[in-house]
Design a protein around this ligand. Structure first.
Ligand code: NAD
Length: 485
């Protein structure tokens, strides 16, 4: 762990083995912290913030240091990508793409650091000046999940630093390796002591302390709904600011007048990318009835060809699921789908290939004849499981797509652009793609409507999350008001 500029072991001396989900080999042993270690890290971040060196560093200089981190990530990109593939099982091609995105996120927020010089207000009071300034929030706790370990960390680290905050980051206990490495890079870049602190350990102890501790001013969390609920409750202890990026059960709407081949191809990508362990996965396919059978047939044919395997092999298109527990959770949902009456038309089991038996693999799965009231349709499986629903009118497509507690992302496929725009304006979600699936980038905000979260990451809004707004009013001719004569 990295606390107050020092690399340290946990106070308890506990350790954790980190497993490669492809073969269950131990790839690292890391120190395992708890709430006590979190308190030490919070104290260091508090002291660094209050002492003021970082927040008083001119914003352009802070930007330069954040840019330096981007350059170091670029330099060590291959090592970082290999670590991410070892730790998560995702393909090395995906990990390399993640690292490109991560460097870009640091570059973007480095560039934004000195762009907002505040705002002057037209004061209605004569002989006065009024302005708005943005200031850092203070000490930020940041908690990240295992599916995109470093990408999710970058979305939090880069804006927090650019805005002049101090922070404590806690990666998922099962995928800490790339966050450890990037903390080394932030140290190498010259971010001052105490500004960045890294703690390792389970959510219930090390993570929870960040949410409940009164010396933390903002908690930013990416992860599941139930954890988000606990964090929100804990954050109410001192009404700290909260930013929550939670789950999704995202609709992918296919109209009959779409480009059929492209829509089939991208529907696969939408749901099976990274084994479906993506918050924005297009896990709910909603297809117009006139092409339903043909579309499903094409999907089933293509799904059989998806190559599972070692993320380091060139032929692998999808790796294993993250853990034994997570695969069991996916299996629970597949059994549930069958019980609820959905029709299993592909996958639904572990692969039989003998070379995959040591990894947490699960076959890409499709359920048809799904009904919007089924739990398999409503709940986030976070695995390679697609449900297919059928619609016969635009209104029905919109109704099915919006029938969810979530509102993270979704897509519409049609060559009728006015219809696309009509549908998009009715969809209740933070990101909507027209004739595409998955694009996201540093310049555009990311976040959810409804129970998919609170606040936005990335884009200008992603920086604003890490700022407080101060109104400064100056009287140019002070004189008594004589109210209490
Ligand atoms: P999780 O909620 O189990 O864990 C996420 C993080 O929270 C981990 O670091 C964990 O240690 C920590 N944590 C667990 N319990 C805690 C507690 N009581 N107090 C404080 N911290 C605690 O989620 P996960 O299984 O790691 O990730 C999968 C989930 O993340 C999915 O629901 C997915 O949709 C969501 N996700 C959302 C986005 C998004 O942008 N909206 C992105 C990626 C993942």
């Amino acid at each position: 762990m990295f606390i107050n500029g020092e690399w340290v072991e946990s106070h308890s001396g506990h350790k954790r083995e980190i497993l490669n989900p492809y073969n269950q080999e131990v790839i690292a042993v890391v120190t395992e912290g708890d709430h006590e270690d979190a308190r030490r890290a919070i104290a260091a971040a508090r002291q660094a913030f209050d002492q003021g060196e970082w927040r008083n560093t001119p914003a352009n200089i802070r930007g330069r240091l954040v840019l330096k981190v981007a350059e170091l990530i670029e330099r060590d990109k291959e090592e970082l990508a290999e670590l991410e593939t070892l730790d998560t099982g995702k393909t090395i091609i995906e990990s390399r793409a993640d690292m490109d995105d991560i460097a870009e996120v640091f570059r973007y927020f480095a560039g934004l650091a000195d762009k907002d010089g505040g705002e002057t207000i037209n004061s209605p009071i004569p002989n006065s000046k009024s302005r708005i300034v943005r200031e850092p929030v203070g000490v930020c706790g940041q908690i990240t999940p295992w599916n995109y370990p470093l990408l999710q960390a970058a979305w939090k680290l880069a804006p927090a630093l650019a805005a002049g905050n101090t922070l404590i980051i806690k990666p998922s206990e099962i995928t800490p390796l790339t966050t450890i490495k990037v903390t080394e890079l932030m140290e190498e870049a010259g971010i001052p002591k105490g500004v960045v602190n890294l703690i390792l350990g389970p959510g219930a102890t090390a993570g929870y302390e960040l949410a409940i501790n009164k010396n933390v001013d903002l908690i930013s969390f990416t992860g599941g709904l139930e954890t988000g609920r606990k964090i929100m409750k804990a954050a109410s202890e001192n009404f700290k600011k909260i930013a929550l990026e939670l789950g999704g059960k995202n609709p992918n709407i296919i109209f009959a007048d779409c480009d059929f081949e492209t829509a089939v191809d991208q529907a696969l990508n939408a749901v099976y990318f990274h084994g479906g362990q993506v918050c924005s996965a297009g896990a709910r396919l909603i297809v117009e009835d006139t092409i339903h059978d043909q579309f499903v047939e094409a999907l089933v044919e293509r799904v059989k060809r998806i190559q599972l395997g070692n993320g380091f092999d060139d032929t692998t298109q999808s790796g294993p699921l993250i853990s034994k527990e997570h695969r069991e959770q996916v299996e629970y949902y597949v059994a549930l789908g069958k019980q609820e009456g959905a029709k299993l038309v592909a996958g639904g089991e572990r692969p039989k290939d003998p070379t995959l038996q040591n990894g947490f693999f699960f076959l890409p799965t499709i359920f048809t004849e799904c009904d919007t009231n089924m739990r398999i349709v409503q709940e986030e499986v976070f695995g390679p499981v697609l449900t297919v629903e059928c619609f016969s009118s635009e209104e029905e497509a919109i109704m099915l797509a919006n029938d969810s507690i979530y509102g993270l992302a979704g897509a519409v496929w049609t060559n009728n652009i006015t219809k696309a725009e009509r549908v998009v304006s009715e969809l209740r979600m933070g990101t909507v793609w027209i004739n595409d699936y998955h694009p996201y980038f540093a310049q555009a905000p990311w976040g959810g409507y409804k129970q998919s979260g609170i606040g936005r990451e990335l884009g200008k809004l992603g920086l604003e999350e890490y700022t407080e707004v101060k109104h400064v009013f100056q009287n140019l001719q002070p004189k008594p008001v004589d109210w209490f004569k």
